[in-house]
Design a protein around this ligand. Sequence first.
Ligand code: SF4
Length: 213
Amino acid sequence: MPYKFSFDLSRVPRSFFRGLVRAAYEKNMHKRIGRGVRQLAKKLKIRELTGLNISDASMLVEDLVDIQIRNLLYREKFLKTKKRALFLPHCSRKYMDNRCQARFDPKIPSYYCAHCSSDCLINKATALGKERGYGVYVLPGGTCIPQILKKNPYEGVVGVACSQELKKGGGFLKNKNLPGQAVFLIKNGCANTKFNLKSLKEILMKTGFKSTE
Ligand code: SF4
């Protein structure tokens, strides 16, 4: 039902909206809206579209809301950073066997895409990250992140992963006081995982930093 009043929020400072998101996040309000999330999952036919039961679908939607709130919360701080890293999941490579020409460097630790397939999601995301000045890493798991951040003084991080990994990573970054932005997988699993390239494009912003990785 439309509002019975008109409003113009253009004079409300942005800090108010930031404060609103922060308050909602800190008070775990998004966790308390379980019923609303379940109704949304039902309305959007998440169960029919994904084959998930309603409880799993609700949990997923709740986690996605959580990620979006964190993105909003840290966006401004993230945009002020100059040197940034992009962490991509190795399970989104086109091939998981030796047809993938990526070199793995255990000292980093990261895969380095050799660009063997133009339709490989990791190839496209790597190009996107490098174009925008990010240090790009293709990780076999989230445990590689502390090692990379220890060796490289990144000021901001973009991570692509499943929502559970993103939640874990978000906690780690918070402890390190590093602003992060996240893109969640739209298809999870051990291989052939997928993320939305357009969402990644929107999250990545050009930095002044010239990538050497
Ligand atoms: S394009 Fe890169 S990541 Fe994809 S299969 Fe080839 S070497 Fe591996």
